[in-house]
Design a binder for this molecule. Structure first.
Ligand SMILES: *[C@@H]1O[C@H](CO)[C@@H](O)[C@H](O)[C@H]1NC(C)=O
Ligand SMILES: *[C@@H]1O[C@H](CO)[C@@H](O)[C@H](O)[C@H]1NC(C)=O
Ligand SMILES: *[C@@H]1O[C@H](CO)[C@@H](O)[C@H](O)[C@H]1NC(C)=O
Ligand SMILES: *[C@@H]1O[C@H](CO)[C@@H](O)[C@H](O)[C@H]1NC(C)=O
Ligand SMILES: *[C@@H]1O[C@H](CO)[C@@H](O)[C@H](O)[C@H]1NC(C)=O
Ligand SMILES: *[C@@H]1O[C@H](CO)[C@@H](O)[C@H](O)[C@H]1NC(C)=O
Ligand SMILES: *[C@@H]1O[C@H](CO)[C@@H](O)[C@H](O)[C@H]1NC(C)=O
Ligand SMILES: *[C@@H]1O[C@H](CO)[C@@H](O)[C@H](O)[C@H]1NC(C)=O
Ligand SMILES: *[C@@H]1O[C@H](CO)[C@@H](O)[C@H](O)[C@H]1NC(C)=O
Ligand SMILES: *[C@@H]1O[C@H](CO)[C@@H](O)[C@H](O)[C@H]1NC(C)=O
Length: 453
């Protein structure tokens, strides 16, 4: 791969165009002679190693016949150098559209065009962000880093002021909340699969007065939900963190909010009925937390709600009947809670949904004259008092149906515990039977051999 591979990479055959420099083998793994030869001929190849590199007239050496020679102005030479230092190919004009993987986007200013959007993805480990490069890229409105484990650096003030959208997915290794908080002009912030060090989201959001879309997910973020967030937010995703505490009542101020994802945190308390004031809400997930109490009726007042996931919490009480009136609902997951009583839905409602889950609620049952058992809801049918007839037919031991009383306390967990409890008992019984059979067999054989002698 070494020699041919380098040539192949140099000519940027579309497959390798973009910033995916993973395929370029690190110089140490190539045989040194051809590499040195290439290094001598084409200084651009070496630029990621020693940056920023002196300007190279690479756009003129473009061998690519398909690149439509820019009839209008082309990219600012300073930015061309910056892109090269980031290991982004410039042999084809980065402003010509579509750029491969849509990695670059330019404005139409003259005499030189400027970058307004840049996506660095799948960076090789020896790409480094340099202050000088970022300074000449300060016309960027959008910067995306995806799978780029480069070291985080100080951003130049010009870039900070210009950025309106910043995405960092599985990149920069680790960022601090204070570092993020300086990006005050952002309308969109996405940080995911990156460790974020902050004592709470409020550190990051303090001065972001224009923010509309906010994702801080799988970031091991600690602290509690911020009491005051900007009211023009349409999207909040805090999923997969370690946030604690309750949902603040000030959440009702977010009347533009369309998505609220708080799943997989350690949040607790009751779901505030004021959630029903979020009139624009379309997708809501509070899954995998420790929310308790009942599902507020007000949720069914959300006219556009399409996706409701309250699974894996400690919710008790009955399912609000009004949910069946929600015309936009497509996804309803109430599984693994302590809900009880009769499921208040008929077949036509359930089959209209793309996803319907209520399993793992041991005191919940369905009316078999309304809902067919063929739907396999994972709960048992009701008796005439609205109580489950028997536990869902996995482990139909007699004692389990007898204690389906009013013991709502911690059913989700206790079902598990019971199953684990049965395990060892059966195992012991099995071993005992096996052992006694073997002993019997041996005695039988000994007796037999004595008899037959
Ligand atoms: C980055 O890698 C992923 C997975 O390996 C791939 O799907 C994606 O297309 C790559 N992106 C670029 C710009 O090369
Ligand atoms: C680039 O963006 C255009 C328009 O947004 C889209 O249709 C196209 O699929 C994108 N191409 C790639 C390779 O992502
Ligand atoms: C945000 O942008 C405005 C101009 O649009 C600028 O005056 C201000 O300094 C910027 N804020 C930061 C923190 O750079
Ligand atoms: C979050 O913390 C856990 C355990 O401390 C660790 O395994 C995981 O990699 C961390 N996640 C991130 C995105 O750093
Ligand atoms: C929210 O957005 C609207 C228009 O999109 C704007 O008029 C208003 O000033 C914004 N509110 C805040 C607090 O920035
Ligand atoms: C919430 O986030 C989780 C994990 O990040 C994701 O799997 C889920 O689809 C999201 N739900 C909604 C409603 O956005
Ligand atoms: C539901 O849970 C709440 C708090 O956990 C408790 O106060 C209430 O009594 C429970 N209700 C029922 C019907 O078990
Ligand atoms: C919202 O929910 C709908 C229905 O489940 C789903 O198709 C869509 O992708 C979700 N959107 C977001 C942003 O999670
Ligand atoms: C099913 O329930 C919905 C909502 O309550 C109702 O509008 C509809 O008439 C019911 N369908 C049948 C067949 O009972
Ligand atoms: C089941 O549905 C039938 C017919 O709608 C009704 O008469 C009966 O009372 C219901 N049973 C329970 C336990 O709700």
């Amino acid at each position: 791969m070494s020699f041919l591979g380098l040539i192949y990479n140099f000519f940027w055959i579309p497959q390798n165009f973009g910033i995916s420099v993973m395929t370029t083998p690190p110089p140490s793994s190539t045989s040194p002679l051809p590499f040195l030869f290439l290094l001598f001929l084409f200084p651009t190849i070496a630029s990621p190693l020693t940056l920023p590199h002196p300007p190279t007239p690479s756009p003129t050496s473009s061998p690519d016949p398909s690149s439509s020679s820019p009839s209008t102005s082309s990219l600012d030479p300073k930015q061309v150098i910056a892109l090269q230092s980031l290991n982004i190919p410039t042999s084809k004009d980065p402003c010509s559209q579509p750029s491969f993987h849509n990695a670059t986007l330019c404005d139409s200013s003259k005499p030189f065009r400027h970058l307004i959007s840049l996506r660095l993805s799948n960076c090789s480990s020896y790409v480094a962000l340099s202050f000088t490069a970022l300074k000449s890229l300060s016309t960027l409105h959008t910067l995306e880093l995806i799978n780029c484990p480069v070291a985080p650096i100080r951003f130049p003030p010009e870039l900070i002021s210009s950025l309106t959208s910043f995405t960092c997915i599985n990149s920069l290794r680790k960022v601090s909340g204070v570092w993020l908080s300086q990006l005050e002009n952002l309308t969109d912030l996405t940080v995911s699969n990156v460790q974020v060090k902050a004592s709470g989201p409020y550190v990051i959001l303090g001065h972001m007065n224009k923010i509309k879309s906010l994702t801080l997910s799988h970031a091991n973020l600690t602290g509690s939900l911020p009491g005051h967030v900007h009211s023009n937010l349409t999207h909040i995703d805090f999923s997969g963190n370690q946030l604690k505490g309750t949902i603040p009542s000030s959440i009702t101020m977010l009347d533009s909010l369309e998505t609220l994802n708080l799943s997989s945190n350690a949040l607790s308390g009751e779901i505030p009925p004021s959630l029903g004031d979020l009139i624009s809400l379309k997708n809501l997930s509070l899954a995998s937390n420790s929310f308790s109490g009942s599902i507020p009726d007000s949720i069914s007042a959300l006219p556009g709600l399409a996706h409701l996931d309250l699974s894996s919490n400690l919710l008790n009480g009955t399912i609000p009947t009004f949910i069946s009136e929600m015309k936009s609902l497509k996804y309803l997951n109430l599984a693994n809670n302590n809900l009880r009583g009769v499921v208040p839905f008929n077949v036509s409602f359930i089959t209209r949904l793309a996803v319907f889950k209520v399993g793992g609620n041991s005191n919940l049952c369905y009316n078999h004259s309304v809902v067919s058992s063929k739907l396999k809801l994972g709960i048992s049918p009701c008796d005439k008092y609205g109580m489950p007839v028997s536990p869902p037919s996995k482990d139909s031991s007699a004692d389990e149906s007898s204690d389906s009383d009013y013991d709502d306390s911690d059913e989700g967990g206790s079902r598990h515990k019971k199953e684990q409890h049965h395990g060892p008992n059966k195992f012991v019984l099995g071993v005992a039977i096996a052992l006694s059979s073997i002993v019997f067999l041996i005695v039988f054989l000994i007796l037999c051999s004595k008899c037959c002698r």
